[in-house]
Design a protein. Structure first.
Length: 124
């Protein structure tokens, strides 16, 4: 099953929808909200794993870097699928990573900026 579609831009609504779908289908992660944007959009934080080592990855820090959300969500899906099907992730045993590392991700740090860039109408 493929949830993330990296061929389409990830605005805030699509990002939240696909995060919720991923975590419903693959029960190896959790979602929490770490605050709100200036326009009041809750900022998602995905946690995967329970290891002592901590790794954090952000995406879409700057509005014109919205493509980083696509890349991060694809990685999250690949990792969750590897856990679900007991497979390797880039040559590493996914279960071992899960037990050794806590992965923290914020797939859309700047939802207001991303939506502004992706939804702006062209001026003529």
């Amino acid at each position: 099953m493929q949830i993330v579609d990296i061929q389409k831009p990830y605005d805030y609504t699509r990002t939240i929808r696909d995060i919720q779908t991923l975590l419903t289908y693959y029960p190896y992660g959790s979602l929490e909200w770490i605050g709100c944007s200036v326009l009041g959009k809750p900022i998602p934080h995905i946690l995967i794993g329970n290891g002592e080592r901590k790794v954090h990855i952000n995406a879409s820090f700057h509005a014109n870097e919205w493509i980083t959300t696509n890349v991060l969500l694809q990685f999250v899906e690949d990792y969750l699928a590897a856990l679900h099907y007991d497979q390797a992730l880039n040559g590493q045993e996914a279960r071992a990573l899960f037990n050794q590392v806590t992965l923290s991700t914020v797939p859309i740090v700047n939802p207001d900026g991303v939506d502004l860039v992706l939804k702006r109408s062209s001026c003529k």
